[in-house]
Design a binder for this molecule. Structure first.
Ligand SMILES: CC(C)(COP(=O)([O-])OP(=O)([O-])OC[C@H]1O[C@@H](n2cnc3c(N)ncnc32)[C@H](O)[C@@H]1OP(=O)([O-])[O-])[C@@H](O)C(=O)NCCC(=O)NCCSC(=O)C[C@@](C)(O)CC(=O)[O-]
Length: 379
């Protein structure tokens, strides 16, 4: 997400009547929009028949695509290797996009040849690896690299569509149709992404109708699921509720949707809760909250996987992912990239473990006991 979008302080700021700070604060939305506040939020606790949530770990792609310095390919491969040990079943590993615009992803072929190593051998643990493809050229390169799943990505707003993928919404849908046809014929699954589910950094507020239309078209053309994204992390839970409800009210089943939140204003975890309360059971997230929005200084990355896991596991939802291992990856990758760990849960867990270890009270793998002790101490 890129060049053509660099100085986007325009309509959204005007609509929000805010100072031209790095990112607009989305507070005035509710007064100016026609949205009705949700009547009440029923906390989404699991039941014996509905207790599983699927996490799509997007750190190798969305988490790294905006890193300023090129991350060495072997670090990316090690990140994937480590993620494989956590129990996560979906990893978005890279994207076949123009290296002119996203040099960080220019090693997509090398990443896929690493991934092919597990897919072809006995190492396959039922993990699905996906890659982004923006056009036929990207699709052909992805297919040649042996992918089994691609993700196409469009925007619910025209401004962003033109700047990110160099075409209008209509053109993008037409392009995606051809890509889907070709991928599906070769037995490759297709996932759809829709950016700017509530607001666009260029066009301002986004009409849910546009998100509904794109979701329906992407499903019709053969996407097995559509991930609806708050690209710049400005949406508040009422806005997310409004847009997701509009999609569901249009007849799209919740199990065909995923939610993809960024955490610029700290609303990503509450937004996960809202999506969960509406029946959505698939969430994209990035270890240690890696990622960032190139459109606005100060914008943060994807919602941190550790924060989502802490929320879900604490409420009784099952993800099959080991929070301790994920937190350790968060610490490791933050150090490798010279970044602060962007996960609150990850940092808290790391510091609790460090204290315990310093006192000789816990071994490296003893975090579950440490968390249990903490919980019992609270009771
Ligand atoms: C959109 C296009 C494809 C338009 O590509 P284009 O229409 O060909 O125009 P262009 O001017 O951008 O093309 C520039 C050069 O890239 C080449 N090119 C063109 N396509 C490819 C390709 N697939 N692989 C390799 N090279 C490619 C193309 O042939 C040309 O080569 P040149 O003639 O200069 O030598 C290109 O601009 C591009 O790849 N842009 C990058 C888009 C991108 O990666 N955006 C970020 C990911 S989306 C995202 O993060 C949102 C998401 C999914 O996370 C959800 C959310 O949070 O919102």
């Amino acid at each position: 997400m890129l060049r053509r979008v660099a100085s986007s302080t325009t309509k959204l700021l005007q609509q929000l009547s805010l100072r031209s700070t790095a990112m607009p604060i989305p507070r005035p939305f509710s007064s100016s929009s026609t949205s009705k506040a949700p009547v009440g939020l029923n906390l989404p606790f699991p039941t014996p028949t509905d207790n599983k949530v699927r996490i799509v770990e997007v750190s190798p792609r969305d988490g790294l695509q905006n890193e300023k310095s090129l991350v060495p390919t072997d670090i990316k491969c090690e990140l994937i290797d480590r993620l494989r040990e956590t129990g996560v079943k979906n990893i978005e590993v890279t994207s076949f996009v123009s290296p002119k615009w996203v040099p960080q992803m220019s090693d997509a072929g090398a990443i896929m040849s690493h991934v092919r190593g597990f897919q072809s051998g006995s190492e396959d643990r039922g993990i699905e690896y996906s890659v982004l493809a923006p056009n036929q050229k990207g699709l052909d390169a992805a297919l040649a690299s042996g992918v089994k799943e691609i993700a196409i990505f469009g925007s619910a707003s025209e401004g962003f569509s033109k700047q990110n993928i160099n075409c209008t919404i209509d053109e993008s849908l037409q392009r995606f149709r051809g890509m889907c046809e070709k991928a599906l014929k070769q037995g490759v699954r297709v996932r759809g992404y829709i950016s700017n589910m509530c607001a666009c950094p260029i066009d301002g507020l986004v009409d849910p109708k546009s998100v509904v239309r794109m979701t329906k078209e992407m499903l019709e053309m053969g996407c097995y699921e559509v991930s609806v994204a708050d690209t710049t992390g400005v949406a508040t839970p009422d806005q997310v509720h409004r847009t997701l409800s509009a999609i569901l009210d249009a007849g799209v089943p919740a199990n065909k949707l995923a939610a993809h939140f960024h955490d610029t204003y700290g609303t990503a975890v509450p937004n996960v809760l809202v999506a969960l309360s509406l029946g959505i059971r698939t969430f994209d997230s990035s270890v240690s909250g890696l990622g960032g929005c190139p459109y606005a200084k100060g914008a943060k990355g994807n919602v941190a996987t550790e924060d989502v896991l802490y929320l879900l596991h604490g409420m009784g939802w099952e993800t099959g992912i080991d929070l301790q291992k994920m937190s350790e990856i968060g610490t490791w990758v933050s150090e490798k990239l010279g970044r602060e760990n962007g996960s609150r849960a990850g940092k808290a867990i790391a510091s609790m473990l460090a204290q315990k270890k310093a006192k000789g009270e816990v071994k490296a793998e003893g975090i579950r006991e440490a968390l249990k002790e903490k919980r019992e101490a609270k009771l």
